[in-house]
Ligand binder design. Structure first.
Ligand code: GLY
Ligand code: MN
Ligand code: MN
Length: 444
């Protein structure tokens, strides 16, 4: 990875680390620890194999240090510049990132270790400390408090309040992801297969798949009804495409979905689906416009189910029922079975969504939708997705069809079921005046 060298990033990162240090210092004092060690982690080796899974650092480590690679240790002590024990082995089998002066290096006291035993010896003098991250095989960590929840909960909570540096990274991840969405659409429109679109997307991100936010979901036709479809077929051309794919920048992920259908010279179903996409776009933007600090995210979810029910009624996919009752009976959920979104950041489904406070001392609020990953009261600085959808999922619809459910207009459903489903997903930041849509800056 080539780090962009810019004064702006330097300044943003300085403030970001300053916020991390302030929060860590308060926590360490509160819980009477003298230090916190954060482990970047080790690669996961597949069973009975000598191959590793693609490495991702411990998110708490990535929250402080935008570097790559395993084994690094960060030592945070109140009142001191954080110390980064950086692992750079003499290894002719693999390449490791040689540490060069860059936008983040000034914020740490850095010592480079070429051998793991010496790196781990650096832990020995550290007393009365907590250790955050995976344990180290063969290293005695008994003197540390290992991942104590009294530290982990507030650290997770903090991660849901993004600094300007993090918002910058999330915008960059959106900019790159949006550019690749444009390319993917061109390939879809010119008749490309899922595989063609996939390669086009990855290339436009200028990344390998492992450097993306997650494995792209590129679903042509009926596959759009599989929420996390990750197959890559050679099948082409597609009539419809649901693409949920995105990029990562300095460990921060974007999460973007769009849905398209080819209208020209096609059946009534295609035109209907095109209208339904337009309406879902409107519905998604209406949800975004409701965002304000103090609102419960679960209320936003309820509104999303209600808007989906209204849209299904407007298009006559359902009938003989009010929108409210369609939500209460779970009818809307048969067409929209997931939550309206989730926290976003270093993890695509980011932490903290089910905490009621920093210490997680209050029981989480209840909700009727078990797939809703965010139960928080929305606050300024939170970044989350807004991703309503309308799908035609045989697995959910067939039981109702067998029961001869008269509330569903089956002949209309059958006109579009081969086109799969629709999801529109943006990443948004809650601001003092409402929200900023980080995705629409770059993608309509
Ligand atoms: N890309 C996974 C999700 O939207 O949650
Ligand atoms: Mn998402
Ligand atoms: Mn997504």
């Amino acid at each position: 990875m080539i780090y962009p060298e810019s004064m702006q990033l330097d300044a943003l990162f300085k403030n970001h680390v300053s916020a991390r240090r302030k929060a860590a210092e308060a926590l360490l004092n509160k819980h009477q620890f003298d230090a916190m060690v954060i482990n970047a982690g080790a690669p996961f080796t597949y069973f009975a194999d000598d191959q590793d899974a693609p490495f991702r650092p411990t998110p708490h480590f990535a929250h402080w240090v935008p570097t790559e690679g395993p084994h690094h240790l960060l030592v945070v002590k109140p009142g001191q510049k954080p110390k980064l024990n950086y692992y750079f082995p003499n290894d002719f089998w693999h390449e490791h990132q040689e540490l060069k002066k860059t936008f983040w290096t000034e914020e740490f006291e850095i010592e480079v270790f070429h051998e793991l035993p010496k790196l781990y010896d650096s832990l020995k003098p550290i007393k009365n400390a907590c250790f955050i991250g995976p344990e180290i095989k063969g290293v005695d960590l008994k003197s540390f408090a290992l991942n104590p929840m009294k530290m982990i909960n507030p650290l997770n909570w903090d991660r849901s309040y993004k600094t300007d540096y993090e918002v910058h990274c999330l915008k960059e991840a959106n900019r790159i992801g949006a550019k690749a969405h444009h390319r993917a659409y061109e390939i879809f429109a010119s008749g490309g297969s899922e595989r063609d679109i996939y390669y086009g997307f990855v290339e436009a991100c200028h990344a390998t798949e492992n450097e993306l936010a997650y494995k792209p979901i590129i679903a042509l036709n009926e596959k759009g009804a599989i929420l996390h479809y990750t197959n890559v077929r050679d099948f082409k051309p597609g009539s419809s495409m649901l693409i949920d794919a995105s990029a990562r920048f300095q460990h921060y992920n974007s999460d973007i979905t769009r849905t398209y259908v080819k209208e020209s010279g096609s059946s009534e179903g295609h035109k209907l689906f095109a209208e339904l996409i337009k309406e879902t776009q409107k519905l998604q933007l209406k949800l975004c416009s409701l965002i304000k600090a103090g609102m419960k995210y679960s209320d936003l979810h309820y509104k999303s189910e209600l808007f989906v029910a209204e849209t299904l009624l407007q298009f006559k996919f359902i009938q003989g029922v009010t929108a409210e009752s369609a939500v209460e009976q779970g009818l809307a959920r048969a067409f929209y079975p997931h939550g309206v979104g989730h926290m976003l950041g270093i993890q695509v489904h980011d932490v903290g969504g089910k905490q009621a406070d920093a210490d997680d001392s209050v029981p989480p609020p209840q909700t009727t939708n078990r797939y809703l990953r965010n139960l928080r009261t929305i606050d300024v600085g939170n970044v989350f997705t807004i991703e309503p959808g309308i799908y035609f999922i045989p697995l959910l619809l067939d039981p109702m069809r067998k029961d001869n459910n008269k509330l569903v207009n089956w002949s209309l459903v059958d006109k579009v079921i081969h086109l799969g489903g629709i999801r529109i997903e943006d990443d948004v930041l809650c601001t003092p005046t409402g929200h900023e849509n980080l995705t629409r800056l770059f993608l309509p």
